[in-house]
Write a protein that binds this ligand. Sequence first.
Ligand code: 4NP
Length: 156
Amino acid sequence: MKVLFVCLGNICRSPAAEGIFRSKVSENGLSDNVEIDSAGTAGYHIGEMADSRMIKHCRERGYDISPHRARQLSYNDLVEYDLILAMDRSNYSNIQRLDRRNEFSEKIKMMTDFVTYMKATEVPDPYYDGPKEFHFVIDLLEDGSDNLLKYISERL
Ligand code: 4NP
């Protein structure tokens, strides 16, 4: 099973989602069954590390996302991955735009489809915000990752 997290820049939300989900998958002994990556719909930050604030706040919560390097989403990702998870509605429409022939709509979902305990319809962009908003993003991603893990385990 191949899972891809997608945001705009691939430096804040989707690298955090990737790191958090990878850690849950590993804790549950499923690392050999689940492949995880992230990408951005935009190319502004290709090759860059995750945003230093997200690296710091993820570290505070026990996740090391420092090895991450940003990359841009491609049509080939839509072919390759089994599940493509958008952080917000704008990311979702950008992914849909790459899917011109509407071949992959079943595997494109919102990350918040998996958020259970918290109330949210999007994982909001924290780029122009402070530590509180970064931690809110991490809270949402932890909540969603738990349920996503359950969803995937049932389909392996
Ligand atoms: P991300 O956050 O999509 O969660 O990686 C952003 C990163 C960069 C920009 C916007 C959002 N930017 O405009 O450069």
